[in-house]
Design a protein. Structure first.
Length: 195
């Protein structure tokens, strides 16, 4: 359930936010190397319906007014950093366009941000994988924590344990990083209109 948040609770976006762990937001997923909002992909139809329900409910409430919708794009950590930064922003813009087409929102009502490669989220997902599922977890976290160069970090992760850990990561973690639908709806209170 997506519950709009009062604009008084607005804070600038922290790029280290764990997107999947924010109960005030919802994620829309994207196919590999793609920035199209696809309702047929994964459970996006359900997620888009949740967004629709939250927006229409807010717009119908005469005590509240839409203040802002924050959309944050993200990409998985695989591949070139510069390319992923561009893809991440394209995903955020695609979701913004999707909303503008359906609800006639103005640019001022949409905050479009991008975090590029979602390393904080990737680390979170690795850290929360059980050791019996990913026995290399602690070694992978050590690589993430101790290698600041992102190209080298990715290379070390891919090579660790002859690629066995990376094989698991590509199937079970990276697909959940391909999102840009981190979306939070902010509202402000208004005076109800007399009939």
């Amino acid at each position: 359930m997506l519950v709009p948040v009062g604009i008084d609770n607005y804070t600038p976006f922290d790029p280290t936010t764990i997107l999947a762990d924010d109960s005030a937001a919802i994620l829309i997923y994207y196919r590999y190397d793609n920035n199209e909002v696809d309702s047929a992909f994964r459970d996006n139809a359900h997620r888009l319906q949740i967004i629709h329900d939250a927006i229409t409910s807010l717009l119908a409430d005469n005590t509240k007014q839409l203040a802002l919708i924050r959309i944050v794009g993200s990409s998985s950590v695989e591949g070139a950093e510069a390319y992923n930064a561009t893809l991440s922003l394209q995903r955020a813009r695609a979701l913004a366009s999707y909303l503008k087409e359906r609800y006639n929102f103005t640019d001022n009502q949409l905050e479009i941000l991008s975090i590029g490669e979602g390393w904080s989220n990737f680390r979170y997902m690795i850290a929360n994988t059980a050791l019996d599922v990913l026995p290399q977890r602690d070694a992978l976290l050590n690589i993430i924590n101790s290698t600041s160069n992102l190209y080298l970090r990715e290379r070390k992760l891919k090579d660790y344990g002859n690629g066995r850990a990376w094989h698991y990561i590509t199937r079970h973690i990276l697909p959940y990083q391909r999102n840009a639908g981190y979306l939070v709806i902010y509202f402000r209170h208004t005076q109800p209109q007399a009939n």
